[in-house]
Design a binder for this molecule. Structure first.
Ligand SMILES: NC(=O)c1ccc[n+]([C@@H]2O[C@H](COP(=O)([O-])OP(=O)(O)OC[C@H]3O[C@@H](n4cnc5c(N)ncnc54)[C@H](OP(=O)(O)O)[C@@H]3O)[C@@H](O)[C@H]2O)c1
Length: 330
């Protein structure tokens, strides 16, 4: 009996978490054996210890799961169900980004500039809705050289799909291409102002219209498409370069003002992206500027935009994606 008791004490003491978690035949068998030896108390202790061990493991595990989930929601919040307004959505970068967001379950307000691109917008809308369950998409036309059109665009999107959680302000026009050696006299102040209004002014207005809802939700993303031209002058003209660099000041102000409200503001500054109307046929001289030895792909810009949408700690940044053309950081 003593030997049996000593064995029972050892069993209770040494019951491992693995044994308890398995809660298998071995624990049941040991408890039965103890009872058979008249060691009822030890049998009960054994069962209690098994239950306590398992319960504690479950508690620790569920705590760890909760902690993991909350960490992940900070690092990579689910974009499922978010509404993204993408301006210039019919262009190369816009389309690639719309597909990337839709694959993550986002709904997309597909902006295009005119009737000429309506068919393209309609085809994209059908494709986006097939990419993931629950994705909604609709086309919205607006020539964004006008503030009034920008207001109407925002109102139509809100009415048709709801308030955007993410604004990807990506539309852009070049104006006259005079190149880095061009004559400044060829770009009138009126043209300069028109390009600025289209690339910067309406981008600002859309951000202004989207912010109140984002602020109310304590979550929002504002992402502008700038250009490497904002940092190095580029290959198009002064109107284009300065309209893009103006977006950087906007990124800085928005970030400082609204990051505490869960709204991040960033810009992506690409260079020489193929499959876009803007860079349809670059010369060899232009291509030779790219150390990587090729033009960028719209998907390579889309992946950065997705990063800026998912990451809640990255704000106030201009991410340069230019195949190594510049040394970056401006
Ligand atoms: N491609 C490059 O190498 C490159 C380099 C640096 C920066 N970017 C910037 O990337 C952004 C996206 O351009 P992308 O490369 O995808 O070129 P893209 O294929 O030429 O697309 C341009 C987009 O802007 C829209 N757009 C043109 N005029 C507009 C207007 N008046 N109002 C509103 N929207 C207008 C176009 O709409 P429609 O299709 O309806 O005309 C189209 O969706 C632009 O901001 C551009 O400045 C491009």
């Amino acid at each position: 009996m003593d030997e049996c008791r000593m064995r029972a004490v050892e069993l209770v003491k040494n019951l491992s978490l693995a044994d308890a978690t398995r809660c298998d035949h071995r624990v049941v068998f040991l408890a039965e054996e103890l009872k058979a030896c008249g060691l009822i108390l030890n049998a009960v202790l054994l069962e209690m210890r098994a239950t306590a061990l398992v319960a504690n493991t479950k508690k620790v595990a569920s705590h760890q799961i909760l902690q993991y989930q909350s960490n992940m929601s900070v690092i990579e919040p689910s974009l499922q169900g978010k509404l993204v307004l993408i301006t210039g959505c019919t262009g190369g970068i816009g389309q690639a980004t719309a597909r990337a967001f839709a694959r993550h379950g986002c709904s997309i307000a597909v902006h295009h500039s005119s009737q000429k691109s309506k068919a393209k917008a309609d085809v994209l809308v059908s494709e986006l809705m097939s990419l993931a369950p629950g994705v909604r998409a609709a086309p919205f036309e607006a020539d964004l050289s006008s503030y009034e059109n920008a207001r109407t665009l925002h109102a139509h999107v809100v009415k048709g799909l709801g308030h955007p959680d993410i604004l990807f302000s990506n539309h852009g026009v070049t104006g006259p291409v005079i190149g880095p050696e061009g004559d400044i006299g060829k770009v009138s102040a009126e043209v300069f102002e028109e390009i600025w209004r289209t690339n910067t002014g309406t981008a600002y207005l859309l951000a202004q219209l989207c912010v109140p809802y984002m602020e109310s939700k304590k979550w929002g993303r504002i992402i502008f498409t700038s250009s490497v031209a904002a940092g190095n002058g580029g290959i198009l003209g002064p109107q284009y370069a300065s309209s893009k660099s103006a977006l950087h000041g906007l990124v800085h102000w928005l970030s400082l003002r609204y990051s505490k409200d869960g709204i991040t503001a960033n810009a992506i500054a690409p260079a020489l992206i193929e499959d876009t109307a803007m860079m349809s046929n670059p010369s060899d001289a232009v291509r030779s500027k790219i150390p990587i030895g090729r033009l960028g792909k719209p998907d390579e810009i889309a992946s950065i935009v997705l990063l800026l949408a998912t990451n809640g700690y990255m704000t106030n940044k201009v991410i340069v994606a230019d195949g190594g053309w510049t040394i970056g950081g401006f």
